[in-house]
Design a protein around this ligand. Sequence first.
Ligand code: 5GP
Length: 199
Amino acid sequence: MKLLQDRIRQDGEALSSHVLKVDSFLNHQVDSALTMAIGQAFAAEFGAERVTKVLTIEASGIHFALATAVALGVPFIYAKKKKAITLTEDLYSVPVHSFTRGETFNVSVSKRYLSATDRVLIVDDFLATGDALLGLREIVTQSGAHLVGLGAVVEKSFQEGRSKLEATGVRIHSLARIKSMSPDHIEFIEETAALAASN
Ligand code: 5GP
């Protein structure tokens, strides 16, 4: 997605070769028009799949899931990281390790909102080690729903997440795939190059 790549080049800050800060437009202050365009891009990619629910994880995936769900005309669910006192019903639950926080927490979704009849699209802000998306995938598996695919806004392709998820056979669509980065340069995998390599 050229608009997103250009914005990452302009406003993204590579804090190191591994961590990209996007707090000024995606992760803290949010560019709402860009977020809606991101939702439309995911909807265009997966729109033929008869998605019934979009699933993400709190907090940084929520606005992308909302934008995608609006574009698809379906509800979205955000998996919770802490058990709220209002969450009294049965849960699908899985431990997930956080790359940015360096801790493991239980991610859960109420059984009331996901079932075997659903067709689920998972979206999240980053695909890095893949642990968050693998956790969400496990929740979909527990529910018996059909996983249509995974959408990542930013993929750090030099980390192992994509290959771990591809090994499960799921379709992955990332809107900006970073090949490498340093504080003064960010290089993307261009979609045409990626397609040629896979053929
Ligand atoms: P995972 O390593 O499980 O693929 O990524 C988990 C979460 O860590 C992502 O959803 C995202 O919120 C956060 N994350 C991973 N890498 C980065 C990064 O380079 N920058 C930012 N801002 N968040 C990241």
